[in-house]
Structure formats: structure tokens, C-alpha cells
Design a protein around this ligand. Structure first.
Ligand code: SAH
Length: 468
């Protein structure tokens, strides 16, 4: 280990910053945030530095550096463009055992600034021993997405209850289990969604009933249309803390691979015409697992509230007093449209868009056809592959022009995506010839013609897969 990470309490302590440009300003911002008193010395000050210094009551001395400037400093920062001067400052500070940082010159530093993920009072510091600030910044970005902004509030809440929990739960193992449940369970989720009071109430309830063991919860999570990059941060976080995951056929393998390694994965998908696990059964499983104290994640393709029966599942949970959360996902219409370069609405072509189920029973589709053939709207059919011919035929017979552009997108957003573009009269034949397989989405309307214009520049998906 080349450096020992320590957290430095600088409240009310004096720090010297030499230099008055952008880099010095950046350091001053950090020092000010940490509550230090800043003295600055510089030959020149940038206007931004001056503005910040005035606002923060930083003392400014516009002159050359003097050795006595470092007297009483708890930390010295050299941020000048004069290398000789930086070296001199470093030597003076080191001789007096005052921590010194010379910007962009690790060899002259006794302390280096880490990259910081600030969730005060929680902080994560990333250091690369001065080898690569860019790598540290990349890691920071990843961590930023992993720990929601509200982590600080969560830590505050824990601080607030620390003593009372210690008094009530005297056994260390029970206490540890309690806190783990708080940080990874419903209490934390309430904090993250800004429901501070409910979080406190729930924490108190859990503390009361902690002898009864842990409480479960269900997360109803949209997994998006396939590309794992389209998951939300919240979905990913819950996927990484769930105990049991019940997933559908539409949830891609790439998405499933992001679930916590030691979680149990349970397949509850349905194949067309085949219902291995019926809906009542799924509902019951969710309730049973939650009652056993598990954090149960119900992972659904796209968005749980769009043709996903999410509404039925949460109604059953509510009836059984199981707390739940719903996390939206990118629905197939948004995902497929974006990756195929077909805007769903457009000022010149469509002022509205309809999401319709194209699921047919015995070749019949009971839809309000006259409403669907209104001008200037985009129609998006889910579950329409088998009913494609019926859909196109009915739309034409109800008055939609047979040349209306129409597209079918197969396995949208995945690297196997195929887009078939034609018109109402000819799409069924084109799709039949291509042997397209579910899942597929149908988009009908004038916006489809924009696909040709936009496809070439659309980098959402690799060029080979853009069109068939
Ligand atoms: N809740 C899901 C929809 C479930 S219904 C959502 O919001 O997307 C299942 C239908 O969604 C499929 O029959 C298909 O029409 C559509 N679908 C889902 N993922 C798709 C994908 N990657 N490409 C094309 N269509 C998709």
C-alpha cells in the first residue's frame, strides 16, 4: 500500500492555498466544503477565484509566496504554474511535517486528493496513488450510479437511531441483522424515494417487532426491452440486493446476469398457448416468499404496468398486507422505436400514439377499429405477431390507406434486432417470408417512413442489424 487513506477533519483549521487560477479554485471549493479556513496567496487571481473567495470569506493576498505563509497551516496546497516555486513550497512544508499537496505532481506531495463520492456523512474516496486521475474519475462515476444520492440521508437516519437500537437489541448478531435489513430493505427504499417520515415509522415498527424476525417486501421491477444498458439504476440496485427473483420469458439473459449471484432465480414465464405457472400461482408465490421474510423481486420485461399484469400482482400483495414497490422500465414501444429510428410522435406526422394489444384469440381480435384509423396517430401493437394479418386487414377495411407505412421490429434493442419496413398491404407477406420470431412489435403510421431517413445515422444498434 503506497498511501494510507485517512479522513481529514479540517473544521476551523487553517489551510494555505498558493495560486489563484482554476485548479486552486477547485481545491478551495473542497476545503471550504470541509469547513476549513482558507488563506490564499497568488500573484494573479482569476475573476472566478475572486468571486468565490469573496463569497466564502477566503483571505486573499496578491503577492509572491513567503516561507512564513505556511506557519500554522494544517495543510498546504501548491497550485501554481511555477514548478520551481511548487518544489520550494513542498520542501518547506515537508521539512516542517505539514501535509502538502502539489497539484499534478505526486512526487512533491505528502498527501494526494482522492476522487470523492460525497454522500455526506458517508464518503467514498478513490485514490490511484497519483497514477491515473482519469481512472479514478471513471470509478467514481460507477460508484455514483451504485449509491443513490440519498445515501447520506440513510446514514443520518442510522445515526439518529444508533443509540436506541443499541439499547433495545443487546445481542450483537441481532443488531447486525437489524441494520442490514434497514440498509437493504424497505426502510432504505423509503429514504431513497424521499419518504423520510415513513422510513422512520417503518424503522420503529421493525425495531419493535425485531424479535419476530425480519419482514419481507416485493419489488415489481421493469427490466426494459432487452438491452441491459436500458435498466434503471433503481432496478439494478434492487436486482443486486434481492433474495429471490421471479422472472418472465421476456427478461433477457444479459439482464438476468446482473442479478446478485447468490439470489434464487425462479422462472415463471409463459410460452404462447402454454401456461406453466398461472397468474394466481405467481401472485401466491410472491406473497409466500415475502411472508418468509425474503426480499422478492418480480422482474418483468419492459414496464410492469404496460401489458404486464403488474396491477393485478400489486392488488394481491396489498390484500395480503405485503409492502411493495413498483419500478418502471422502458417499455418495448420506446425501446424498439428508439433503436429502430422511428419517432413515435412527430409534429408533422403524429400527434398521438396508442399502445394496443394485438393478442388474438382463435384468430379474432376485438378492437375499437374505427378509433384506430383516425389520422395523425401512431399505432403500436404489442403481442401482434400471430394477429398481424388480421390487424392489417381490419385497419384497411376500416379505412386506413393500404400504403400507410408499417414496421415490425423483432427482438428490439438486442444485438439480434431486425426491422422490417413496408406498408399495411405488404407487411404480413414480408414478415412471413423472413420467419420472424417473438418478441415482435408492430408500429403503424407515417412516422415509420422516417426510419429510412434516420437509420443510417442511428448508432443505437450495429449497422448490420438495422434493417432486413
Ligand atoms: N410489459 C412489456 C410488454 C409485455 S407484453 C413492456 O412494457 O414492454 C409482451 C409483448 O411486448 C411482446 O409480445 C412484444 O409485442 C412486446 N415486446 C417486449 N419486448 C420486446 C422486444 N425486445 N422487441 C419487440 N417486442 C417486444
Amino acid at each position: 500500500m503506497d498511501y494510507l487513506p485517512l479522513f481529514h477533519n479540517l473544521k476551523g483549521r487553517r489551510c494555505l492555498v498558493v495560486g489563484g487560477g482554476d485548479i486552486a479554485l477547485r481545491k478551495c471549493r473542497l476545503l471550504a466544503a470541509a469547513g476549513s479556513e482558507i488563506d490564499s496567496v497568488a500573484l494573479d487571481y482569476s475573476p472566478e477565484f475572486t468571486a468565490f473567495a469573496n463569497e466564502q470569506r477566503i483571505t486573499m493576498q496578491q503577492r509572491g509566496f513567503q516561507a512564513s505563509d505556511i506557519d500554522r497551516a494544517a495543510l498546504v496546497i501548491a497550485a501554481t504554474s511555477d514548478e520551481q516555486l511548487n518544489t520550494q513550497i513542498s520542501q518547506l512544508a515537508k521539512a516542517r511535517d505539514i501535509p502538502v499537496n502539489v497539484v499534478d505532481n505526486p512526487a512533491l506531495c505528502s498527501v494526494v486528493f482522492p476522487s470523492i463520492v460525497d454522500r455526506s456523512p458517508v464518503q467514498i474516496a478513490i485514490g490511484t496513488g497519483g497514477t491515473s486521475p482519469v481512472l479514478a474519475r471513471l470509478m467514481r462515476r460507477k460508484l455514483e450510479s451504485l449509491f443513490p444520492a440519498a445515501y447520506g440521508r440513510l446514514a443520518q437516519l442510522a445515526g439518529q437511531y444508533r443509540q436506541s437500537v443499541k439499547q433495545k437489541l443487546t445481542d450483537e448478531a441481532t443488531r447486525k441483522a437489524f441494520w442490514e435489513q434497514v440498509f437493504e430493505g424497505p426502510v432504505a427504499e423509503r429514504v431513497f424515494s424521499g419518504q423520510q417520515q415513513q422510513a422512520e415509522r417503518l424503522l420503529e415498527q421493525q425495531l419493535q417487532s425485531s424479535e419476530d424476525g425480519v419482514n419481507g417486501e416485493v419489488y415489481l421491477v421493469g427490466a426494459g426491452p432487452g438491452d441491459p444498458d436500458l435498466l434503471t439504476f433503481k432496478a439494478l440496485r434492487l436486482m443486486q440486493q434481492a433474495d429471490i427473483v421471479l422472472y418472465d420469458r421476456l427478461v433477457s439473459k444479459e439482464v438476468r446476469e446482473l442479478v446478485r449471484r447468490d439470489a434464487d432465480l425462479v422462472y415463471v414465464g409463459k410460452k404462447e398457448g402454454d401456461h406453466p405457472v398461472n397468474q394466481d400461482n405467481i401472485n401466491q408465490k410472491l406473497v409466500d416468499f415475502a411472508k418468509q421474510g425474503h426480499r422478492v423481486l418480480r422482474l418483468k420485461g419492459g414496464d410492469p404496468f404496460i401489458f404486464g399484469r403488474g396491477g393485478e400482482e400489486i392488488a394481491f400483495l396489498a390484500d395480503n398486507n405485503i409492502p411493495f414497490q413498483v419500478v418502471p422500465g422502458i417499455t418495448a414501444a420506446s425501446g424498439c422505436a428508439s433503436y429502430a429510428g422511428i419517432p413515435l410522435t412527430h409534429r408533422d406526422h403524429a400527434q398521438s400514439v396508442r399502445f394496443i394489444t394485438g393478442h388474438s384469440k382463435d384468430g379474432k381480435l376485438n378492437l375499437a377499429w374505427p378509433e384506430l384509423v383516425m389520422p395523425n396517430q401512431t399505432l403500436v401493437f404489442y403481442m401482434g405477431l400471430n394477429g398481424l394479418e388480421t390487424i392489417c386487414r381490419e385497419l384497411m377495411s376500416h379505412g386506413l390507406d393500404k400504403t400507410t407505412p408499417a414496421a415490425l421490429i423483432e427482438k428490439g434493442t438486442s444485438y439480434r434486432q431486425r426491422v422490417f419496413v413496408s406498408d399495411l398491404a405488404n407487411l404480413p407477406e414480408k414478415v412471413r417470408a423472413s420467419n420472424a420470431k417473438a418478441p415482435t412489435l408492430i408500429i403503424i403510421g407515417h412516422v415509420v417512413q422516417l426510419h429510412h431517413q434516420l437509420a443510417w445515422f442511428n448508432k443505437s444498434i450495429t449497422p448490420d442489424n438495422k434493417e432486413s
